[in-house]
Every structure is written in C-alpha cells, then in structure tokens.
Design a protein around this ligand. Structure first.
Ligand code: BTN
Length: 261
C-alpha cells in the first residue's frame, strides 16, 4: 500500500520528502509538482501518485503508469542550480536510481543514455527532468525531477508493443519490493548525492553502468538519424559518438537506439 504514513515510517532524510504529497490518482506528478513549485513549494517537496492518467515521458511521449504497480515520483529542487547543471542532474539521478533499485533487489541495473534504466534488456525506469529558467541569468528557478519505476508485475497491463520493451523489477527478478521502502532509499541517496553534482564524481559510475558504450547505435536528433559507435560518456554527461564518416561528436539531446548485430 502506498500511503504517506508508510513512506514517512521508512524515511530517513533531512529535506527530501519532508514535505510530501501522496495522491491516489493524478494526470502527472510532474504537472502537479510544477503547480506547487509555481506556488512557492520549498526545496525537497515530493509528489507521489499510485496512478497517473497521463504520465509524461521524454520527447513528448507518454509514460504508462498503471495503478498500484509503480513508484511515480516528482521531486522539486530549488537551490541555485545553474543552467549548465541541468543535464548533469538527470544523469546523476539515473545513477542514484540504479543504485537504489540494486540495493533492494540485488540485481545489476544498466543505464541507457540518457536516462533509461534497464533490467534483463527491458526498460524498468524513466526519468523526466523539467526546469523553469529564473530571472537571474543562467540560473534555474526550480527543477522538477520526475522518476517512474515499474516495481510490481506488469503482466497483462501493457499493450503487446510496450510489453516487448518495458518490464518491471518483479517481472525481471521475481523480487517483490515495497514501494515505500524504495521511495525512502531513493530519496536518501538523492539527498546525499545531489549536492555533489558539480564534482561529476557520479560520471564514472554512469559510464560503468552504461549499456551503450562500445555498441553500434543510431542517433535520432531533431528528425535526423545517423549511425555510429558510442565511445564514451563525456564530462557534461553527453554521449560521444564516432560516426560512420569518422567524425567524433558529443551529443546532448535526442535518442540513441542500439543496433542489434
Ligand atoms: C521517459 O521514460 O521518457 C521518462 C519517464 C518519466 C516518468 C515519470 S513518472 C513520475 C513523473 N511524472 C510524469 O508524468 N513523468 C515522470
């Protein structure tokens, strides 16, 4: 059961989640968190829902969020963040979410650039970071970090296309994890690591968990597709690609698809 009481019982943070809104149903926790942020909600405020009727993914996609199966969480960050840190935030959150899941299920969680977490070759978690630019130049007013983790079995809950690419922790590992516990571990780790983003210490772990480095990929960016080989995660968390004409570029937006041999 996902409830404020169950989460607070597990929570061991100082700031993150100390202001907590737990909803049965909402269109998108990111949308709700954005309204709270516009109303002045403080740093560390968290919105969680048991069900999202219109969960949002990256690049205008939807994030299917069935009732009672996932952890759909949005965290408001408001502490003098520079615009240049925005991509680092998402990548740091990907590492932290992978570590939190791994701590509870003992499984090897991989990251597919930029922010998808994979278990057994299928996606179990997505991250959507949305920011509002402040009046002061190059500073963000607030950042909403939206994390969707498929926790319990999704058998019979996804359409056949989605079933091929998405899965859940339970379906991949057999482990039944408490969403409240996962939420508490995740928020604790985020609180510990988010202050240290600028050091880029997490990038080493990001690279180690990357399922894309060394693979042939197709990069889709603003409607253009180009094939190449993913060779590294750059210092700004971009993906460095050696394209087929020999050019090497680091990309910071778009989507990477791994080519099967
Ligand atoms: C993606 O896979 O493209 C990102 C998915 C992000 C989903 C989470 S669930 C909580 C938060 N609310 C949303 O509407 N989206 C994010």
């Amino acid at each position: 059961m996902l409830s404020e009481k169950n989460i607070v019982n597990e929570l061991d943070t100082e700031v993150f989640g100390r202001k907590l809104v737990v909803l049965d149903e909402i269109d998108s926790t990111n949308n709700y968190a954005k309204l709270l942020a516009q109303d002045g909600a403080e740093n560390g405020t968290v919105v969680i829902a048991d069900y999202q009727t219109a969960g949002k993914g990256r690049l205008g996609r939807s994030f299917v969020s069935p009732k009672g199966t996932g952890l759909y969480l949005s965290l408001i960050i408001r502490n003098n963040i520079s615009v240049s840190s925005a991509q680092l935030i998402t990548s740091c959150v990907a590492v932290v979410a992978a570590e939190a899941i791994e701590e509870l299920c003992g499984c090897d969680v991989k990251i597919k650039w930029v922010n998808d977490l994979f278990l057994g070759g299928r996606k179990i978690c997505g991250i959507l970071t949305e920011a509002s630019i402040g009046f002061e130049e190059a500073k963000l007013d607030y950042v909403i970090i939206g994390i969707g983790i498929n926790v319990s079995s999704l058998k019979g809950k996804l359409d056949s296309e989605l079933e091929k690419i998405a899965s859940s922790i339970e379906d991949e590992t057999g482990e039944k994890i408490s969403r409240s516990k996962l939420c508490a571990v995740l928020l604790k780790k985020l609180e510990e690591r988010m202050n240290d983003i600028e050091s880029r210490a997490f990038l080493k772990e990001y690279q180690r968990r990357s399922m894309i480095i060394g693979e042939r990929v197709v990069i889709e960016e603003r409607g253009v597709s180009r094939a190449g080989k993913a060779i590294a995660i750059a210092d700004d968390a971009g993906l460095t690609i050696e394209f087929e004409n020999g050019e090497i570029h680091t990309i910071n937006s778009g989507e990477a698809r791994i080519l099967k041999e």
